[in-house]
Design a protein around this ligand. Structure first.
Ligand code: NAD
Length: 476
């Protein structure tokens, strides 16, 4: 009974099995999958709840969101532990993610209080114009597996705050964590139907959801390929779209960089969270004066990385999330070798204390920008060094990609840092910081094929979760 439809927990015809990627002998549970008919019921329940929820006072909404945040904080250890067991990120990151979700609900609870509209004079006499915001309607939230708590929170919290009703479809790879998150949200006093969850595979449950005519808006995070399908399905019934997709993020290291900072940012960005972050620095673009020292420093630091069971205290890097993702990583390691890249370190399967999807972080060197390993998103603990001769060449290589999520530069030159901020084709640019690890109170999103539609997070989320309304009022 893990699909939440109109306030009821409901079973399904088939189920997905969730396994611990750190220990394949640990089955977390079986979760019933929502049928297409149940998806339609969830959307209908959201539609029915919409007039009531959108008419609630902002103070009521603020209080509900605040209660959700309090409840997530209270259960943070439990949620974080389950997340780490199911997704494979180290326990402290799992618990940290649960706290991040609570902060997001806090933030949007406070946003409920921001109740201003604008007025304007009209070109006609005795007429007042008011510009205000109202909810967009029924929102489908489709999430990936890599941040199964914080990422849905940064979509669900603003959706609810601005008066929308939600049907959430989590990734089928993390049903247990999603169930715990949904329980926490549902038990915080939301009226039935305001928040619904359907579990299931993308091509079935997900496709039924995004194709439903009663869905007004779709907020999706996942791969570009899925984003293209969702865009086509959503546009067919004129749904509003917000798509956050993949990355192939460059970290540029210039000759004048602080070497230890450059090495640390590369290690953090490329390998932590098993490289399974859309913001991961998978391309390390390095000028020739520092190249050899940088590569030696990264290789030395890689030797100390402890890959292991997500729940072990010493673990720095957990397992790859699934067998399919592990196969993909291994396949790209082979593609890199065949393309002529030199595998300097790592790339082997590691034996842990249990049978899991453990993979040693891998570093390719002597690579070129046109190689597939530098053009296609791998989404694993694999990075490639691309040597360049100058800052201008580094910038050109950084931009030589269809993606545009994050881009970082490590330099002590204010001139190059400022030029990079202006000319790097990415939604988020970092200077002397990793390309990963971003804040929750400011907007987030990419350019080019990494994103489509309004930005997420911070107060900018309002642009997606509300519609602008214009009223003309005769004043005489
Ligand atoms: P995915 O695209 O395979 O799946 C994402 C979600 O879409 C899942 O819930 C899946 O079931 C669903 N889905 C799949 N096909 C569908 C369809 N036809 N209709 C409706 N829903 C469908 O991605 P993933 O493997 O879960 O996650 C990894 C990807 O997510 C990477 O590309 C990564 O870069 C990206 N990502 C992006 C961001 C960001 O903010 N830009 C953040 C995290 C992850």
């Amino acid at each position: 009974m893990t699909n939440l439809i109109g306030g009821e927990w409901i079973g399904g015809a088939e189920s997905v099995i969730s396994r611990n990627p750190s220990d394949l002998s640990d089955t977390i549970g079986e979760f019933p999958v929502a049928t297409a008919a149940q998806v339609a019921q969830a959307v209908a329940a959201a539609r029915d709840a919409l007039p009531g929820w959108s008419a609630t006072s902002f103070r009521d909404r603020q209080q509900v969101l605040q209660r959700i945040s309090t409840e997530i904080r209270r259960r943070a250890e439990e949620i974080g532990r389950l997340l780490s067991r199911e997704e494979g990120k180290p326990l402290r990151e799992g618990i940290g993610e649960a706290y991040r979700a609570a902060e997001l609900f806090d933030y949007y609870a406070a946003e409920c209080l921001r109740q201003f509209s604008e007025t304007a004079q009209s070109i006609r006499p005795n007429t007042l114009i008011e510009v205000s915001r109202g909810p967009v309607g029924v929102v489908a939230v489709i999430a990936p597996w890599n941040f199964p708590v914080a990422l849905p929170a940064w979509k669900i919290a603003p959706a609810l705050a601005y008066g929308n009703c939600v049907v959430f479809k989590p990734s089928e790879i993390v049903p247990a964590t999603s169930f715990m998150l949904a329980q926490t949200i549902a038990e915080s006093g939301l009226p039935a139907g305001v928040f619904n969850m359907v579990i299931g595979a993308g091509g079935d449950t997900g496709a039924a959801l995004v194709g439903d005519q009663n869905v007004d808006a779709i907020s999706f995070t996942g791969s570009v390929r899925t984003g293209e399908k969702i865009a086509a399905a959503g546009i067919a019934h004129m749904a509003k779209l917000q798509l956050e997709m993949g990355g192939k993020n460059p970290l540029v290291v210039l000759d004048d960089a602080d070497l230890s900072l450059a090495v640390e940012c590369a290690i953090q960005g490329a390998f932590f969270s098993t490289g399974q972050r859309c913001t991961a620095s998978s391309r390390l673009i390095v000028t020739k004066g520092i190249h050899d020292r940088f590569v030696a420093g990264v290789a030395e630091r890689m030797a100390g990385l402890i890959v292991g069971h997500a729940l072990d205290e010493a673990t720095m890097i957990g397992p790859v999330v699934s067998e399919a993702q592990l196969d993909r990583d291994l396949q790209y390691l082979e593609i890199g070798r065949q393309e002529g890249a030199r595998l300097l370190r790592g790339g082997s399967r590691v034996k842990g204390r249990s049978d899991g999807y453990y993979l040693e972080p891998a570093l390719f060197v002597d690579t070129t920008s046109s190689m597939r390993i530098n053009q296609e998103e791998i989404f694993g603990p694999i990075a490639a060094v691309i040597p360049v001769n100058s800052y201008e060449e580094a910038l050109a290589v950084a931009n030589d990609t269809e993606f545009g999520l994050t881009a970082g530069i490590i330099t002590s030159s204010a001139k190059y840092a400022s030029d990079f901020r202006a000319r790097a084709e990415a939604g988020v640019v970092t200077v002397n910081l990793p390309t990963v690890g971003l804040d929750f109170h400011v907007p987030f999103g990419g350019r080019k094929r990494s994103s489509y539609g309004p930005r997420e997070q911070g107060s900018y989320a309002r642009d997606f979760y509300t519609e602008t309304r214009i009223a003309y009022v005769a004043t005489n």
